[in-house]
Design a protein around this ligand. Structure first.
Ligand code: COA
Length: 260
């Protein structure tokens, strides 16, 4: 699959998806959002891909937001449609069933911050700056940022970021839990890969079910979420991976998971 604004490279089970409009700080125009949708749809069903790193091209930005040039002329109906489309694409990433690590290599603003939050974990380089400056433009988050940010950092901290529109630097983002860790700029992709490889050494079905239990469970009342977890736990007891993982432990050898 070839794209105008994305580079997708797959090696040893990991797809590195790079948003590639560096001259516009990787701003998400409609075409890029559609390409992300197509790329993640393909990744979802590609057995050769077990995990994903999402990053931005160039030295400065992960993604500096939705493309303001497109937003500037939108009608109310177009704005609503754009919001729904963006929410759907980010939802696809969140529900991929394979771990997605955002390697935040610079500005992650507006839609870029929302995109990073739809990934399962975030690693930032020391020069990263995150925020939701939409309010400075007279608009607001439209890719579920008003929902994911409070879930990640708590309501008070989220509202400070959402209402001031001010950026937080990498260290502050780490302090409040917006990113999982901060690493030197030159080590970002290697660290993202190392973290992802640790995950991918585990049972693929375990990863899928855990992502599902956390993703869906957080949207349910505690009682229902626990019932859902127990159902998945029962289901995982039917897998070859469960048999192999437990047997390998008892036989004091590393497991060979097949994802079955
Ligand atoms: N949409 C469209 N174009 C964008 C963009 C966005 N969200 N963010 C940056 N760009 C473009 C700039 O217009 C500029 O294009 P040009 O060279 O054709 O004029 C290019 O990317 C470089 O950006 P520039 O502003 O010159 O870089 P900077 O280092 O001076 O500032 C930022 C960097 C991130 C502080 C600044 O670009 C910015 O505030 N961007 C918008 C952030 C935002 O509000 N995002 C939310 C959008 S909903």
């Amino acid at each position: 699959m070839s794209f105008e604004n994305l580079i997708v490279e797959t090696k040893d089970g990991i797809a590195v998806v790079t948003i590639n409009r560096p001259e516009k700080l990787n701003a998400l125009n409609d075409r890029t959002v559609d390409e992300l949708d197509a790329a993640f749809a393909a990744i979802e069903t590609d057995p050769a891909v077990r995990g994903v790193i999402l990053t931005g091209a160039g030295e400065k930005a992960f993604v500096a937001g939705a493309d303001i040039a497109e937003l500037a002329t939108q009608s109310p109906v177009e704005g609503r449609d754009r919001s729904i489309r963006g929410q759907r694409v980010l939802g696809r990433i969140e529900r991929l069933g394979k771990p997605v690590v955002a390697a935040v290599n610079g500005f992650a603003l507006g839609g870029g911050c929302e995109l990073a939050m739809a990934c399962h974990v975030r690693i930032a380089s020391e020069n990263a700056r995150l925020g939701t400056p939409e309010v400075k433009l007279g608009i607001m988050c439209g890719y579920a940022g008003t929902q994911r940010l409070p879930r990640l950092v708590g309501r008070g901290r989220a509202l400070e970021i959402l209402l001031t529109g001010e950026m937080v630097d990498a260290q502050e983002a780490h302090r409040i839990g917006l990113v999982n860790r901060v690493v030197p700029k030159g080590e970002l992709l290697a660290e993202a890969e190392a973290l992802l490889r640790k995950m991918l050494a585990n049972g693929p079905v375990s990863l899928r079910f855990t992502l599902d239990a956390v993703g869906r469970g957080l949207e349910m009342p505690m009682d229902e979420a626990q019932t859902y977890e127990a159902t998945l736990f029962g289901l995982i007891c039917t897998t070859e991976d469960m048999e192999e993982g437990t047997k390998a432990f008892l036989e004091k050898r590393p497991p060979k998971f097949q994802g079955k």
